[in-house]
Design a protein around this ligand. Sequence first.
Ligand code: SF4
Length: 249
Amino acid sequence: MAARKPARPRWWPGPLGETQEQRRDRAVKILRALKKTYPDAHVPLNYSTPLQLMVATILSAQCTDKRVNEVTEPLFKKYKKAADWAGVDQKTLEEEIHSAGFFHNKAKAIRATSAELVESYGGRVPDTLEELTALRGIGRKTANVILAHAYDKQGIIVDTHFIRISRRLGLTNELDPVKIEFATMRFLPERYWSDFSLWMTWHGRFICPARKPTCGECPVRKLCPAAESTGKVTWRVKTPPKPQRRRPA
Ligand code: SF4
């Protein structure tokens, strides 16, 4: 019997009842408005090589960009190659990155990933999603950050801002970052992926934070179905929590 093809996820028309083309047009309009609003948007982490961006991104989990930049400034002078990061003692690195939080796991991830880079790539950070995500300590978000900002390739970077805003904008009803990435790929042309991610992050920081979005000042309010309800997503979510069944006494 022939193997069945995996079912293509059904199109979600969203609160505006859109087709894929309409969603694509609206997303491009949103992107253009955000680009105008944040002309100086950039990655707030300091780095000058793909390796430095990789280390900074690992350190940035649950930590402010300011703190990451403070931590990395002396370290980037001390450790220049992947072999340097791979060769540093775990305890020493933990002390050096202590103020970035989760120092034990972050030190482990930096050392292990750097060792893999030395072993498999001659110390170079690879430039494909497949190779990057195969490295220990590199998830899809970090891989897409490296592709977009170190190699100028296209990648959708789904951070907490992206998740929140794309749901408020009715671009997706998914909650899982990987599903959101794939859902976005369906309606947003590839040439916009990296820019769109950057503008969404800046929008989340300055106008559409989790609490109290300032819809009155928002450049995309006319394109946002959640504007009237000041950011509250009133439409059905994809994966509602399962009802709790009570056991009979
Ligand atoms: S209108 Fe409000 S909820 Fe919609 S994107 Fe703008 S700030 Fe966020």
